[in-house]
Design a protein. Structure first.
Length: 406
């Protein structure tokens, strides 16, 4: 991978190829064989997460090393390989990363040093973290967040209900987005660290889902949750200065939750590429072996052309994902919302490719005897979380027209 001075080049360097192959082996040998079991159980696969921690894959060191990797592709390459193995288990392994990104991008050095390690725990005592932004009445509409944070004698008191929280309620550390000044909408919001064991935080409903069922998703209830002032991400001085600018009519800068999503959307795209690739490869291999009417079904143009389109779309999605990741790493302006483009294309590719994989397998693909039906169930979430496809189109539309598209 070339550096920022010479421009984007879609070729992995030796270190990235070695890392990719290492993650691929773990995904092949540990993740994929466990996928069907944990999908059926609909439980967090703690033993698999622990295996990932033991080899250093689920660790702060690995996430930090790949986050700061020179090309910007480290985590994206790793995520594709994990989700190629299984999306539910993959999300259980990487779900902590969203909370970690929120803290790393907005926290003070002291906050990062204290809380990031507690998000992961140790190989002998693994922990997870949760990022809590969505609410029952505020999914894609981040500006409609009702959870309130009130400053009280040096502490912050939070009240509200969060929903669709990956690792919500089982996390060691929760990062919660709350409104400090509701009249200012997203510009009046801030993010807070909720330490483990804080009274008033509890798990609400655990959701039974269509896909990614090995990943824990639940409501998080905040009932007079009191945290020290030091748990405001970025600190009160920074927040007060931002609010003062907004109230005076000046720009406030990018809001914390939105900044977190913008930095992680290409990662969701990488997840989608992994699932799409898994489905394509399974259907391709099936077409090479399955015989009908005296020949391999892959010899039929209808199947071969479909596989050609599947392979092409997977490659397009990967290249767009890598481009967005490279642009973010090198500070290139995303004038056409290339990050949102990557998520839009990759997520819808995953849904389409997994559906075509079922079609190629026919009735067999509709059963749980083959993993493509699970891949298809898993793929749908990519068009929904961290901004629906409609929200991505809205963002892209605003970027390409320069108009306040609504």
């Amino acid at each position: 991978m070339s550096d920022g001075a010479t421009g984007f080049c879609p070729e992995l360097n030796d270190d990235l190829r070695e890392m990719r192959d290492w993650v691929r082996r773990f995904s092949r040998d540990v993740v994929r064989p466990a996928g069907a079991e944990w999908d059926e159980r609909e439980e967090t696969p703690w033993p698999v997460i622990q295996e990932a921690a033991k080899i250093g894959l689920y660790s702060l060191d690995f996430f930090a090393q790949q986050w700061f990797e020179e090309s910007g592709l480290g985590l994206h390459v790793a995520f594709e390989e994990l989700f190629w193995g299984d999306a539910g288990i993959g999300l259980s392994i990487v779900g902590t990363g969203l909370a970690a990104a929120a803290l790393a991008t907005g926290g003070t050095p002291e906050q990062v040093g204290e809380w990031l390690p507690q998000m992961f725990g140790t190989p002998d005592d693994v922990k997870v973290a949760a990022f809590c932004a969505s609410e029952p009445d505020a999914g894609s509409d981040v500006g409609a967040i009702r959870t309130r944070a009130v400053y009280d004698d040096g502490d912050w008191v939070l009240n509200g209900v969060k929903t669709w929280a990956t690792n919500g309620g089982i996390a060691n550390v929760h990062i919660v987005v709350a409104s400090v000044d509701p009249e200012l909408g997203t510009r009046g919001q801030a993010s807070f660290i909720i330490p483990p064991g804080t009274p008033g935080l509890s798990q609400g409903q655990k959701f039974r889902k269509h896909g990614i069922r090995a990943s824990h998703t639940a409501e998080v209830v905040l009932d007079n949750v009191r945290v020290p002032g030091s748990c405001l991400i970025g600190g009160k001085e920074k927040l007060d200065a931002r609010l003062a600018r907004v109230r005076s009519g000046a720009r406030a800068g990018e809001q914390g939750a939105m900044r977190t999503f913008e930095s992680t959307r290409p990662l969701v795209a990488a997840m989608a590429v992994g699932t799409a690739r898994a489905a394509y490869e399974y259907a391709r291999d099936y077409a090479r072996e399955r015989e009908q009417f005296g020949r391999k079904i892959g010899e039929n143009q209808a199947v071969a052309f479909l596989l050609a389109d599947m392979a092409t779309r997977v490659d397009v999605a990967r290249l767009m994902t890598w481009r967005a990741a490279w642009m973010a790493r090198h500070g290139r302006p995303m004038e056409q919302a290339e990050g949102s483009m990557s998520k839009l294309v990759a997520s819808e590719t995953a849904v389409w490719v997994t559906e075509q994989a079922i079609q190629i397998l026919g009735g067999a693909g509709y059963t749980r005897e083959h993993p493509v039906e699970r891949f298809h169930r898993d793929a749908k979430i990519y068009t929904i979380f961290e901004g629906t496809s409609e929200i991505q189109r809205l963002i892209i539309g605003r970027s390409v027209t320069g108009l306040p598209v609504r």
